[in-house]
Design a binder for this molecule. Structure first.
Ligand code: IVH
Length: 701
């Protein structure tokens, strides 16, 4: 055991600086050279700033190998090094992430230019800060001759072979056509911009990668984020592989260019230059705009921040640049950063944290969702403690385990999710996560049906997590029908703990009901009366009310007709269930599983004990179905029948009743005050009937 284990001590500034340098160099190597970052950007930035602050306070600690002294990255041996004619520099980052942080930049610029408040506002160009990798594209006499990465800012790598595969990058500059951007093509032009991957392309790429991995391909991996995927593609030695990775490009500036004295173009402003690049055929983001004064920069930061999640690609902030090129020259550079530009970031959408536990939550419909419980971490200004793992396949694909260090992402209002695990930080022997085969809430079997992504609790009526859904289904007007028992009331009854299982509904007393919020005595009495009335029901309604997965109203009717009695259904084998028309293997299995749960049988028994009853009969042959295969749409008010009654009659005759009119509709039955459905039927030439006409078709005219 070393002394440092026995005595914890504060490191000296020199020790801390060395430690930070080692850490930062390690991560810069992973990020820039190996395209395999292990730290979220925000964490890297934090360490970087700590080192910068330390070196500023102790200038004697500044070392030439400090990562603060170079832009970052090393050149891979396998690529040809390219010395940039004009260095590719970095930009200063505004640390205040509030929109008003833009005012600091305006102050600095105005002070450096010796402007006072009396002077007019400055013009800036406001751009997006694309989250990809910087690229320098060299054109000679209008032809793309070389594409180079930034590398360390002085020397990058020649990646022309890969960049040529990006459709958005012109191989030959377009001849100027617009009068507003009509500069001649210069002999030498270096366009600087960002290579990135759109999020939808990224998702599609990862899907493809997963398929390859599933098919047993060696050496394939999925990518952590679009930037990581773009960097990997650009730095492929094989451009055939790069070509299969869909990349995009935005231009945002210039490197080397033939001077006006040598016959090159002359620009007055940065915006004019961008418009010229656009005219030559480069993509320039449509959001790019001239901002008059600091207030418009603040507004830009706000506006882009609010719509950031709707962009098809990732940005990590915005960039402000002084528009006048003359003023840019006057402002010049401090160390290696231009004084005329600043990056203004948004709160990071990704952070690093650890997984404390993996819980499984049960939703209202019985769906089981694995959720990672995280050590609290602030992501995009919100503290995150949970991240969904969606389902078994996702959890397995990401292979998240308890104790893991993970990257969590939260974009806008989207539920936080685990992006990736850092495998190096895994504690030894952490067991892989497995989905439970029992509902964690009620202990009933949890099953995953073929072709489905989710496990579901079969607890149904018994599972307290499913109480609300089960009660609503049961009380549905086409099920057992408890008039007045809606969403709000069920919510209150379940939350108050009065209704734990369905039979509890029939044990409700006046006092319990009347004590609920906003429940007048009269309404409470009405509910009790409705409950009483609901006890006299029918077998199909009761079956439908049980909420068995895949058993809708029509199936419930078929089951009742085929078996005649509830007990026969409860005890039917899957083979016997398959004899029912409309019942396939999935439905048969679902019914069987439901009634195999002792809890569910118990609930049925208790409901019967509470007085629920219906007429039972002998198995019946299927009634004649004169309207089988026909689709009806009902609209308006009928003279004698309610809509539900009309629907029942039609369905009993084998017809389907749909909600909207289409070319597939055979008949529209229209009553008084029929609306747009009638218009649509006439427009489509669908036959329109009245109630009497419908009864005629049913043979009951
Ligand atoms: S201007 C001298 N504009 O951000 C100024 N950079 O450190 C050069 N970036 O990796 C940069 N969007 O690739 C500029 N609209 C934009 C940008 C942008 C993204 C990247 C750039 C570099 C970093 C700047």
């Amino acid at each position: 055991m070393s002394t440092s284990d026995l005595f914890s001590f504060e490191p000296t500034p020199a020790q801390r600086a060395t430690a930070l340098r080692e850490q930062l160099n390690h991560h810069a190597h992973l990020y820039y050279t190996l395209d395999a970052p292990e730290l979220p950007d925000a964490e890297y930035d934090r360490l970087f700033r700590e080192l910068q602050t330390l070196e500023a306070a102790h200038p004697e600690l500044l070392a030439p190998d400090s990562p603060t002294q170079r832009v970052g990255g090393r050149v891979l041996d396998a690529f040809t090094p390219v010395r940039h004619a004009v260095p590719m520099l970095s930009i200063n980052t505004e640390t205040d992430t509030e929109p008003t942080g833009a005012l600091n930049f305006d102050h600095r610029v105005r002070r450096a230019l010796g402007l006072t408040e009396a002077d007019a506002p400055l013009d800036y160009v406001a751009e997006l800060k694309f989250d990809g990798l910087a690229m320098s594209l060299r054109y000679e006499n209008g032809l793309l001759v070389q594409a180079a990465t930034r590398g360390d800012g002085e020397v990058g790598e020649d990646v022309t072979h890969n960049i040529r595969t990006i459709g958005q990058i012109p191989l030959k500059l377009q001849a100027p056509t617009l009068p507003t951007a009509s500069q001649p093509i210069p002999p030498v032009l270096e366009v600087r911009g960002e290579v990135y991957m759109r999020r939808d392309h990224f998702d599609a790429l990862n899907d493809k990668q997963r398929a390859k991995i599933a098919a047993g391909a060696k050496g394939e991996k999925t990518f952590v984020n679009p930037r990581n995927a773009a960097a990997g593609a650009v730095r492929q030695l094989d451009s055939g592989i790069a070509a299969q990775r869909p990349l995009s490009f935005f231009a945002y500036g210039l490197g080397d260019i033939t001077s006006p004295e040598q016959g090159g173009p002359a620009f007055d402003t940065h915006f004019q230059l961008l418009m010229q690049l656009k005219a030559w055929g480069f993509p320039v983001a449509e959001q790019t705009t001239v901002a008059h004064g600091a207030d418009e920069l603040v507004a830009f930061h706000q506006r882009i921040g609010a719509s950031r999640d709707q962009l098809p690609y990732d940005i990590d902030g915005v960039v402000y640049k002084v528009n006048s090129l003359a003023l840019q020259r006057q402002l010049g550079f401090v160390t290696r950063e231009p004084r005329w530009a600043v990056a203004h970031k948004y709160p990071a959408q990704e952070q690093l944290t650890t997984v404390l536990a993996i819980d499984v939550q049960v939703g209202r419909t019985g769906k089981l969702t694995p959720v990672a419980k995280l050590a609290p971490v602030c992501v995009g200004n919100v503290t995150v403690t949970n991240a969904t793992l969606h389902n078994e396949d996702e959890a397995r694909r990401k292979d998240v385990r308890v104790g893991d260090t993970v990257i969590v992402r939260r974009a806008g209002d989207v539920i936080p999710e685990v992006v990736a695990v850092l495998p190096d930080k895994r504690v030894a022997d952490a067991p892989p996560f497995t989905m439970p085969h029992q509902c964690p809430v009620c202990g009933s079997a949890a099953v995953r049906e073929e072709g489905e992504a989710d496990y579901r609790s079969t607890g149904g009526l018994f599972c307290s997590a499913q109480r609300k859904e089960a009660s609503l289904q049961f009380a549905h007007s086409r099920a057992v029908e408890v008039e007045g028992l809606g969403d709000k009331l069920v919510e209150q009854l379940v939350d108050a703990g009065v209704v734990k299982t369905l039979p509890d509904l029939y044990r409700l007393g006046l006092t319990a009901l009347a004590s609920l919020d906003r429940m007048a005595d009269k309404s409470a009495l009405n509910i009790l009366a409705a409950l009483e009335k609901s006890k006299h029901t029918t077998l199909p309604r009761f079956l439908f009310g049980l909420g068995i997965r895949h058993v809708g109203e029509a199936t419930a009717k078929e089951l009742a007709r085929h078996f005649g009695q509830l007990d026969r259904i409860m005890d039917a084998t899957e083979e016997q269930l398959l004899e029912v028309s409309d019942v396939g293997p999935v439905v048969a299995q679902s019914i069987r599983t439901f009634f195999d749960q002792p809890h569910n049988r118990e609930v049925v028994e208790q409901l019967r004990a509470c007085g629920l009853h219906w007429a039972e009969g002998e198995p019946a042959e299927r009634a004649a179905q004169p309207l089988a295969g026909k689709t009806f749409v009902l609209t308006g008010t009928f003279p004698t029948l309610s809509r539900d009654q009309a629907k029942d009659l039609l369905e009993a005759a084998g017809a389907k009743v749909a909600g909207s009119v289409s070319k597939k509709t055979d008949y529209v039955v229209a009553g008084a005050e029929a609306g747009s459905k009638l218009d649509k039927a006439q427009a489509l030439g669908v036959e329109v009937l009245d109630e009497a006409g419908m009864m005629g078709l049913l043979g009951q005219g």
